[in-house]
Write a protein that binds this ligand. Sequence first.
Ligand SMILES: [Zn+2]
Length: 134
Amino acid sequence: MSHRIVHRIALPRAPRGLSRHRRRVLAQCQKRHVKRATFRDCGRRCVYCGTILGLERATLDHVHPLCRGGDHAPGNLVAACHHCNQLKGSLLPVEFFARYPWAGANFMRYARAVHRALKRGARRAVSLAFAEAA
Ligand SMILES: [Zn+2]
């Protein structure tokens, strides 16, 4: 009984009393905040091609794509330009970096705040791609 109440309080969601509109505004605020923080962590660049971006030109990319089981955690988000975001599409980071090693090299340099596992995977994919090219 008491366990259930504790669980409820711990849930990170808007209070029930808020109107649907108010909740949406809150979610948008949160999203903008996440975007700005991600943008700053990536050095205001596209992490794949290294181009310096303005906040309005940057897009959020899920390193591990949502459609392949990725999540919205900050460690899975990076800033990317529209072009690279399209290029990556729904590829897994390993597949993407195997095809475009330069993107992986930039990713390791600029995506400082991503999950360590993603970085490790990127390093492996890039060194493999360069070894095959040599
Ligand atoms: Zn780019």
